[in-house]
Write a protein of this length. Sequence first.
Length: 265
Amino acid sequence: MRDIIAAFVFFTRLPLWRICSVPADSFKRIVAYWPLTGILTGAMMTTVYLLAIYLNFHIIIAVLLAFVSRLLLTGALHEDGLADFFDGFGGGRSREQVLTIMKDSHIGSYGVLGLVIYTLLWVSSMFTLVQLFKGNEYVVFLTCDIWSKWCASQIINVLPYARKEEESKIKKIYDRMSPARFILGFAFGALPLLYLIFLSTNANYYVVGATFILAGATAPIITMLLLMLYMKRRINGYTGDCCGAAFLLCELSYLLTLNCLWKFF
């Protein structure tokens, strides 16, 4: 339970540390429970979106407000990682340059452009999907968040940490997941997908609907594998910024793939 609380302390701005003492070692195991925090962030986006629709805001404004709500809840933790990722891998030539640039708190042109393009693609993709799944928008928000976090979390099981332990933000290196934590994380990530399949299918088109969702869910897996190969080649490992960037890029690949596929189904 303390590991789960540590995950919410790190990945959100909830002041749980005020009411519960979390051992420092718990932060070494938080990535395994990353998908669990997606339930909260996904629910927050859904609530804000539905409230905005109830108040007669345009759909695209409602989607943008939902996006902003996650930024506020997480403190833009993942977006900060994405900006540093683009700056480091875009501007650095050697391994040392990439790691140094990502460590710099200033944002560069690669980071700015990356965040702008990412935001535009996320909002426009979600704008299409919430209309497609009208009445069940909450499942779209949940699946994109939770499943992508599980896919991104596998980075710690495959790659070594690229810096020294004392140079990390939490001054700890994440532990690789035990089989039990791996299965638990997968369960949290996969259950919303199964529910989305149930909602999007009926007796006549079950196979078609299931194929649609599962094809979209495959995109984050492929994206994560490609990112891990790229990180392995460039810096021989991962950093905290790489984790945040991996989540957002996996999520974006999921949304874009569903946008590409739904017309064919």
